[in-house]
Design a protein around this ligand. Sequence first.
Ligand SMILES: Cc1cc2nc3c(=O)[nH]c(=O)nc-3n(C[C@H](O)[C@H](O)[C@H](O)COP(=O)(O)OP(=O)(O)OC[C@H]3O[C@@H](n4cnc5c(N)ncnc54)[C@H](O)[C@@H]3O)c2cc1C
Length: 367
Amino acid sequence: MMKTDVLIIGAGLIGASTALQLAMRGCRCIVIDKDSPGRHASGANAGGLRQLNRDPAEIPLTVEAAKMWRNIEALVDSDCDIRFSGQLRLAENQSDMDKLEQRAAMVRDMGYQHEEMIGKKELYQLVPALSPHCVGALICREDGYGRPYHALTAFRRKAEALGVTFHSSTEAYTIEQEGEGWQVRTSQGTFSSQILVNCTGAWAGQLAGLMNEPVSLTAKALMLMVTERLPHFVDPVMGAASRKLSFKQMQNGTLIIGGALIAKLDFALEQTEIDWHQLAKSANTVVDFFPQLKDVRIVRAWAGIEGFMPDNIPVIGASQTMKNAYHAFGFSAHGFQLSPVVGRIMAQLILEGRSELPIEPFSIGRF
Ligand SMILES: Cc1cc2nc3c(=O)[nH]c(=O)nc-3n(C[C@H](O)[C@H](O)[C@H](O)COP(=O)(O)OP(=O)(O)OC[C@H]3O[C@@H](n4cnc5c(N)ncnc54)[C@H](O)[C@@H]3O)c2cc1C
């Protein structure tokens, strides 16, 4: 039997970041994954680092996460290939502008400065290649993008250097409380720990169910597509105020295009099927904003399985039914940005029983 202080189930970014922060505080931990680190959402995502347009409950966390990404090399010995190019939400008419202005005012009223409005002139200085019909944008100049798999690997390697072990192909089947601690039966034998952490992404509902705290988590397969390489022509990551759009030019010149597009998913078999019709619609949206891209070739499309909560904000915190058990899951398509700070919050909760940032809105008890 393998023994440890903290057993983290799920080796995505959230599990790896939690393990790293615990190890930095001298805690022994093991991370297990039914597949391999970064096999699911954490390796398949679009790499967007976004404070812009977050749920108000997430703003304190995302602002702190942004500071951590700025200084990521000090944490994980890698720059994760990040570009701080800014993120924009484009307005195509006055009604979009009004909506975005309301948003910027709400963020200012909360005491934060990271989201601001820009007018047409500055927008076209920032993105000269944009179709001329836009009228302004909401911008977060400090946002940007990174490479998800690079980041996951850097978090994992740094955690390993501090003594954490990662076990792939190790699926948790059952969990049982043993005294104050836990016994977890897996496909590779039994693990015993004082503390259990559920970082199982889209599968987290199953583990929460075993802890008698059912949650309405929905697994969805989000699609992305990537184009051939193009000469550099755009810096900021772009979304739109009233259309589904997520668009960025990567370090190597390819364009990554998404926008909350959902593939068909057989969750039991973990099989996804790309919906080309939806992707075509999304490609057309991009061409509306950048008509010069109409002949660019799409070279690949893929889908990653992610856990969505009904209110689109995650569950972060202690179990309310079981002692020495914690949850961090349901990041609803925006957990890459939050991953460094969530690891820190989890380590604080587990070792000190408190979080420096407000996490009440993320309680599992809200369901
Ligand atoms: C296509 C796509 C685009 C995205 N774009 C962005 C973006 O631009 N910006 C952003 O901030 N976020 C984005 N996200 C969201 C982000 O990727 C996720 O929120 C984040 O990676 C969640 O990390 P996680 O560790 O919770 O989950 P995951 O990475 O899914 O990790 C969970 C792990 O748990 C393991 N597991 C499950 N059950 C068990 C079990 N019983 N035993 C052992 N292991 C188990 C799984 O194998 C998996 O590896 C995107 C997601 C997708 C899918």
